[in-house]
Design a protein around this ligand. Structure first.
Ligand SMILES: Nc1nc2c(c(=O)[nH]1)N[C@H]1C(S)=C(S)[C@@H](COP(=O)(O)OP(=O)(O)OC[C@H]3O[C@@H](n4cnc5c(=O)[nH]c(N)nc54)[C@H](O)[C@@H]3O)O[C@H]1N2
Ligand SMILES: Nc1nc2c(c(=O)[nH]1)N[C@H]1C(S)=C(S)[C@@H](COP(=O)(O)OP(=O)(O)OC[C@H]3O[C@@H](n4cnc5c(=O)[nH]c(N)nc54)[C@H](O)[C@@H]3O)O[C@H]1N2
Ligand code: SF4
Ligand SMILES: [Mo]
Length: 694
């Protein structure tokens, strides 16, 4: 039997797949040629879902800690005992009016479960929901909403005549809702390509113009490009006059960014900046594919705003082949799903209410949770429920995160494998994963479509979907009215506005919104002025810079000369093509493709350091030291190193928490202020370091 479904939880998913099912087991996975995103392609991770499903190390039963924290001694318990224990820990706090001493946390969102978690938090009046939002996707979403009222998506199908790929490695990572093969098709149809990346990625190697910035300086580069476009009058006059506010202020503001200065900051020759600006402004239509790299520093939101302004002034916003507004399908709105109204005074209870964009999206920057657990200020946090995340590997400043998790009175973790973080838990819950339960994919993402992710096989032994765990926990805590008899009743309710049940949706597979170009012509832009806000009136009111101002990275500020003497190289990173963050190092076919954590160095730099290719090297920052294996990349700037991200060693139970700090890049990163002021991003890239032979 062949069943159509969608890949998920290997990246943000979306590729249509054909699952060959025999005797209740999936035996083969292929790309689905009829699926609009991938049209038949499938990557190694997509196929490796089979190994994930049947992995011998899958967690299969609820476990209770039987030794000291992290000692690795567990006792199997029933679901009833697990849920009652967690409910009891939560209930104790809620009954004493100490809801703020509870935190929910989730790693990167995977399906409906994040919304279920926020719903449970809201009905319990728990304000703390930690997510990676402030460094993943939310700067792009909220920065766009503030500027033009929607999240612009590259329109690869039109197709564009030029694609500007900025801090994105789309061929290997696939954006949330966009697949590398969509870009590949646009390139095959003749689109020109500019890439902006310190690394010569697979894309940069195909490119017409590759800009190699000093890591972390993208906002300065964007302002430099805007200056060229305005100075040379390459902008779309009609659109600017009719549909933007703040153009004159922008022109004045850009006087602070002469090209010579921008070139010094970014290390990119003036001529190349001008060339990129001209090529982008004069090739019509053009779209920008922006990536996560832009969100990993303290300029994140303003950098996004600068790129929004580039799209708008060149007349590419919501125009065919540019970056367009993709209306969502008619499902229950996420704000409604999470029962936001049941917790009206949430904002007053939040940690860091000054991060208004995070507050609006209902999440707390994760470093604030870590610091509050440790300091007990402004209130204690003692109980945490975590699902689908591995903070010891993914949060900035891993050692502080470790201390915080150790410090909790109670930690419950829902996982599919025994990660370093799960090893610190008091209770571990075995989660089901993709193909093992009915789910709605890409729910809440502003890409204009939603995917049915049907259950195809039974989960092993006692694994439960995350949403079901939360649903049952909600009922146990006395909120029966806010939860469902079973998960399908929930899915049916979400789908009700589309007049479908999940059974119907399964047959359709994908739901699209009502996509149309230039919708602003009918109803204006959804901003206070009804126009694209180059000058943001909201930011002005909230006390943020109304025009994007480039701020030197923390390392460039006080004490910089001393720091660079000790740490002369600049570290940045990229996701591994074969893993999802810290996950799946235990999947043999993927581990074969990326066997070791690899630090990339320019060969000249390596020679000076007496490091040969294949040597193990230490990488050190003021925060700590890790080891990775050296490989050479002659295209890399001699002062830049690319450090692998997400590494621990599931095969090494002899190391503390399976080697959480041996090669973990976040031992090197920092979570102290300054943060991005509107959403709280920390600086994960552009960090001074030194490298030496082991
Ligand atoms: N230095 C540095 N730090 C970073 C980044 C970086 O580039 N550099 N990237 C950041 C970004 S963009 C993000 S999004 C975050 C990601 O941060 P996390 O989401 O914390 O990272 P993952 O390693 O993906 O952890 C997810 C965990 O969920 C488990 N899992 C998989 N499927 C399921 C499931 O269905 N249910 C449950 N319960 N568990 C499941 C996996 O086994 C894995 O251990 O990290 C951020 N941290
Ligand atoms: N294989 C795989 N796919 C994934 C993930 C994964 O872990 N593995 N994670 C998923 C998630 S949650 C996310 S957020 C996305 C992220 O996917 P992407 O948006 O592609 O992000 P990254 O891979 O973190 O970085 C993209 C590129 O930025 C470059 N870069 C590094 N520093 C800088 C800089 O300062 N400026 C510029 N311009 N470029 C820089 C890197 O060399 C890299 O090529 O991927 C998703 N897909
Ligand atoms: S690109 Fe992503 S969604 Fe597509 S098969 Fe690979 S892992 Fe799955
Ligand atoms: Mo992410």
């Amino acid at each position: 039997m062949i069943i159509k479904a969608f890949c998920a939880r290997m990246d943000h998913g979306g590729c249509g797949q054909l699952l060959h099912v025999e005797k209740g087991k999936i035996v083969k996975i292929e790309g689905d040629p009829e699926s609009p995103l991938n049209r038949g392609t499938v990557c190694a991770k997509g196929i490796a879902q089979l190994e994930r499903l049947n992995h011998p190390e899958r967690l299969r039963y609820p476990l209770k800690r039987a030794g000291a924290k992290g000692e690795g001694k567990w006792q199997r318990i029933s679901w009833e005992e697990a849920l009652s224990t967690i409910a009891q820990k939560i209930r104790e706090r809620v009954e004493q009016g100490e809801e703020r001493s509870i935190a929910f946390a989730q790693g990167t969102p995977k399906g409906l479960e994040l919304y279920m978690m926020i719903r449970l938090a809201n009905v319990l009046k728990v304000p703390n929901v930690a997510t990676p939002g402030s460094i993943c996707h939310m700067p792009r979403e909220t920065g766009s909403l503030i500027t033009c009222g929607f999240f612009p998506v590259p329109d690869y199908d039109y197709p564009p005549a030029l694609v500007l790929v900025w801090g994105s490695n789309l061929f290997q990572t696939n954006e949330e809702g966009i697949i590398g093969s969509q870009l590949r098709r646009a390139l095959d149809r003749g689109a020109r390509l500019i890439t902006i990346d310190p690394r010569k990625t697979l894309l940069a190697a195909k490119t017409h113009l590759w800009l190699q910035p000093r890591p972390g300086t993208d906002l300065a580069l964007a302002l430099g490009m805007l200056k060229v476009i305005l100075d040379e009058e390459l902008h779309d006059r009609e659109f600017v006059e009719k549909w933007t506010v703040g153009f004159a202020e922008l022109r004045e503001h850009l006087k602070k960014y002469p090209l010579k200065h921008v070139s010094e900051i970014t290390w990119i020759p003036e001529e190349k900046i001008a060339q990129a600006a001209r090529l982008y402004a004069c090739t019509k239509p053009a779209c920008i594919q922006w990536g996560n790299a832009l969100e990993h520093n303290i300029n994140s939101v303003q950098c996004v705003r600068a790129l929004m302004i580039l799209k708008a002034v060149t007349g590419n916003l919501d125009h065919p082949g540019g970056n367009v507004n993709r209306a969502s399908p008619p499902l229950m709105r996420p704000g409604e799903f999470v029962l936001g109204k049941s917790f009206g005074d949430k904002r007053e209870k939040l940690l860091g209410p000054e991060f208004r964009l995070a507050a609006q999206m209902g999440f707390t920057p994760s470093q604030l949770i870590v610091k509050t657990i440790l300091s007990g200020k402004p209130h204690p946090i003692q109980v945490m429920y975590l699902q689908g995340g591995n903070p010891l590997l993914s949060y900035a400043n891993a050692k502080e995160t470790f201390r915080a998790l150790q410090h909790l009175d109670f930690l419950a973790v829902a996982e599919i494998f025994m990660t370093p973080t799960a090893q610190l838990a008091d209770i571990v819950l075995p989660a089901a994963t993709n193909f093992e339960f009915d789910d709605i994919g890409h729910y809440g993402l502003p890409h204009g479509f939603t995917l049915a992710r049907p259950k195809v096989v039974d989960p092993p032994e006692e694994c439960w979907p995350d949403s079901l765990i939360l649903n049952e926990l909600g009922k146990k805590l006395g909120h029966e009215k806010s939860f469902w008899p079973d998960l399908n009743a929930c899915l049916d309710e979400v789908l009700k506005p589309a007049r479908l049940t999940f059974e119907d949706f399964k047959k359709v597979g994908m739901l699209k919104g009502d996509w149309a170009y230039k919708s602003y012509e009918k109803k204006g832009f959804q901003t206070p002025s009804g126009k694209v806000e180059i000058y943001s009136s909201r930011f002005k009111d909230w006390g943020y810079d109304p025009l994007p101002v480039y701020r030197g990275l923390p390392e460039l500020a006080e004490g910089y000369p001393e720091l660079t003497r000790r740490y002369p190289l600049i570290l940045t990173s990229a996701k591994d093509a074969h893993f999802f963050h810290s996950a799946y190092r235990n999947i043999p076919s993927l581990r074969k493709l990326s066997p070791d954590p690899v630090v990339l160095l320019n060969p000249e730099t390596a020679e000076k350091l007496n490091i040969q290719e294949g040597d193990w090297a230490f990488i050190e920052t003021p925060r700590g030291t890790i080891r990775q294996k050296a490989a050479f990349d002659a295209d890399l700037h001699p002062d830049v190193v690319i450090v692998a991200y997400g590494w621990w060693f599931p095969e090494r139970p002899d190391l503390e928490l399976s080697g959480w700090k041996e090669s973990n890049i976040n031992v090197l990163t920092d979570n102290d202020p300054p943060y991005e002021p509107a959403i709280g991003s920390t600086n994960l890239r552009a960090i001074p370091c030194r490298v030496y032979k082991e």
